[in-house]
Design a protein around this ligand. Structure first.
Ligand code: NDP
Length: 255
């Protein structure tokens, strides 16, 4: 199900799920006026560059979410692009999972834990904090045409961060990834409470176990299926399920 909004920004759009979000959103019958694909290194994001050559709605923005100076510069660039209409949707997709480390107690280090928390939690909050004025502007302008709200935050989380479900998987302990994704979901719940009154809905979203560089070739779900499901769920988010952890099939997951 396609939805219709004026502007969207996606982090980590160079490859994997982020790139597929870009492809499927641009293929909507009524695509956004502007879709900002943020990535660490635009010069090596060849897939994005190819799409941008034939689609003027797509703007590639440099954004390493670990770097405050990048967040400041990306904000200014996005502000110049969307102007007074603001930003309708921010999809916080960039993520990190060091799979060379099984993440059991004997394997983890302070720096591995910090790196996962920095990218999967703190960086998203810093990006959201910076971009909030643009989301507020979209609310003020009633920018969204079909969404059930005026502005929306999506945080790509994971079932691996669900305290209820994590016991059911046989996968390694993964202190680093699971604890950080649990915090991604908690951050989303807290954001949903803080931003509800402002008219901004927040969706922590599990995309499934997907065949990307991160998910690996044995993963259960293809990238197209995952993202078309994610987009349906994003389009049906409302005041009723803001802050609820959902999967790409539209099932509410226990946190
Ligand atoms: P990939 O490893 O394929 O892609 C990760 C993306 O994140 C890349 O675009 C990468 O950019 C970007 N990224 C990493 N660090 C930063 C950073 N510091 N600043 C900006 N961008 C960064 O992963 P997926 O596409 O599979 O995952 C996307 C999201 O989905 C992640 O949040 C992940 O945790 C989550 N997820 C994935 C699942 C799966 O099975 N695949 C399951 C559940 C959740 P670059 O190209 O520059 O490295």
């Amino acid at each position: 199900m396609a939805f219709s909004v004026r502007s969207i920004l996606i982090t980590g759009a160079s490859r994997g799920l982020g790139l597929e979000f870009v492809k499927q959103i641009l293929a909507f019958p009524s695509p956004p006026e502007v879709l900002m694909a943020a990535c660490r290194d635009p010069s090596s994001a060849t897939a994005l560059q190819t799409i941008a050559k034939s689609n003027s709605r797509l703007k590639i923005i440099k954004l390493d979410i670990e770097k405050d100076e990048d967040i400041d510069a990306a904000f200014k660039e996005a502000q110049a692009i969307v102007g007074k209409k603001g930003l309708n949707m921010l999809i916080n997709n960039a993520g990190y999972f060091d799979q060379s480390n099984a993440g059991e107690l004997r394997h983890i280090t302070r720096s591995i834990m910090q790196k996962h928390f920095d990218i999967n939690v703190s960086a998203h909050l810093m990006v959201i904090q910076k971009f909030l004025p643009l989301l507020d502007l979209a609310v003020a302008n009633r920018g969204s045409k079909q969404l059930n709200c005026q502005a929306q935050l999506v945080l790509i989380s994971s079932i691996m961060g669900s305290q209820n479900l994590t016991y059911k998987e046989g996968y390694h302990t993964c202190f680093h990834y699971k604890c950080s994704k649990s915090a991604t979901t908690m951050a989303s719940i807290l954001l949903s409470r803080e931003l509800r009154e402002a008219g901004i809905h927040v969706l922590p979203l599990h995309p499934g176990w997907v065949r990307t560089d991160m998910g690996g070739s044995d993963a259960a779900v293809g990238i197209e299926e995952s993202i078309s499901g994610c987009l349906k769920v994003i389009g049906s988010t409302s005041e009723k399920n803001t802050g609820k952890l959902m999967d790409y099939k539209g099932t509410e997951l226990p946190y």
